[in-house]
Design a protein around this ligand. Structure first.
Ligand code: NAD
Length: 330
């Protein structure tokens, strides 16, 4: 039976990415017809033609049980992301649908973005640009920042991305502390950092950067109960998933000065944001002067995009050949 993949939300990958997928010799050799959709895939965006067995989705596609139920021919979901919390794995498993992800595509990419947010906050880059461009003034009053050297960087989650954050922090002359449910003691010894409890990390860090996945165990890991432990004036960087931080607690801490600022590439309610609804607490966050919000863009470099597309092609071909790879388990 011929296989057909629809890659949803294709505009995200640009014309170059679209052509790359369309011209893939690997997909052609595996007999996979490639189609594209500008839309996301979710219960409100079920395509009229459901005659495809493979769906390529990004994290803005909420592939829930209702979506899966509306796609009778679906046998494989290839998510073009590392995280897969946008897919109802239980519903997919119940239908025997294989779900594969992109476990790694250059972990430096997201860690570099975390440092872009850190430096933008520590050196007031957004304000400095606005001073010159919008105010037409070449002055420095109010633009004093702070050094990273000598400060303590708290890394929550020392997996693939977190390890790069540790290395980059070291490169800036920072002291590193970390929290993870799994301790990589060899890496800690090599890099000269200690694992602490989350509470101690919050209390000691000048900058906290989050690199753990979103799981039931990490839902609101930083919350109203523990945010008061944060060192007064510390900065919080989240490039992982929005719901790892309790939004209301973060807004309270930013308002009181407990948090000096935040750099957020992810928000709890970012699906609504992407749908164009800028309201609620997330809207308040965006307006705060000491907060930088970016639109889940940390992964988005040209090099990373092609690595994501290459792994997705391999995932699809492996599925078609009956030997799926990078399969995510419930
Ligand atoms: P990884 O699996 O290599 O590392 C995750 C680390 O988190 C592991 O060391 C794990 O032990 C740790 N962890 C698990 N549960 C924890 C808990 N309860 N408390 C503390 N630590 C815990 O993952 P990765 O490749 O480093 O990616 C991390 C996350 O970054 C992804 O899950 C994804 O959500 C996010 N991400 C975001 C973007 C973006 O564009 N903003 C891009 C890629 C990944």
């Amino acid at each position: 039976m011929p296989h057909k993949v629809v890659i949803f939300d294709i505009n995200r990958w640009g014309e170059e990415g679209k052509q790359y997928l369309a011209a893939s010799e690997k997909l052609k050799a595996a007999g996979v017809e490639v189609a594209f959709s500008d839309s996301t895939l979710d219960k409100d965006h079920i395509p009229a033609d459901t005659n495809f067995d493979i769906a390529g989705v990004f994290m803005v596609s909420h592939v829930d049980a209702a979506t899966i139920g509306a796609l009778p021919n679906l046998k494989c979901i290839a998510t073009l992301t590392t995280g897969y919390d946008h897919i109802d794995l239980a519903a997919a498993n119940a239908r025997g649908i294989s779900v594969s992800s992109v476990p790694a595509y250059g972990e430096n990419t997201v860690a570099e973005f975390a440092f872009a947010l850190i430096l933008a906050l520590s050196r007031k880059i957004c304000e400095a640009r606005a001073r010159v461009r919008d105010e037409g003034k070449f002055t420095t009053d109010g633009l004093q920042g702070f050094d990273l050297a000598g400060k303590t960087l708290g890394v929550v989650g020392t997996g693939r991305i977190g390890k790069h954050a540790v290395r980059m922090g070291k490169g800036f002359g920072m002291k590193i502390v970390a929290f993870d449910v799994y301790h990589d003691d060899a890496f800690a010894a090599e890099m000269g950092f200690s694992y602490l409890s989350l509470e101690d990390l919050l209390a000691q860090s000048d900058i906290i950067t989050i690199h753990c996945p979103y799981l039931p165990s990490t839902h609101h890991l930083i919350n109203a109960k523990n945010i008061g432990l944060v060192k007064h004036g510390a900065y919080l960087i989240n490039t992982a998933r929005g719901a790892v931080v309790e939004t209301a607690a973060m807004i309270g801490a930013l308002t009181s000065g407990q948090l000096g600022g935040a750099g957020l590439d992810v928000l709890e309610e970012e699906a609504e944001m992407k749908a164009g609804e800028m309201k609620g607490p997330e809207h308040d966050l965006i307006q705060m002067p000491n907060v930088i919000v970016t639109p889940h863009n940390a992964f988005n470099t040209r090099e990373a995009a092609f690595r994501i597309l290459d792994t997705t092609i391999d995932n699809i071909v492996a599925f078609v050949n009956g030997t799926p790879i990078n399969v995510v388990a419930q």
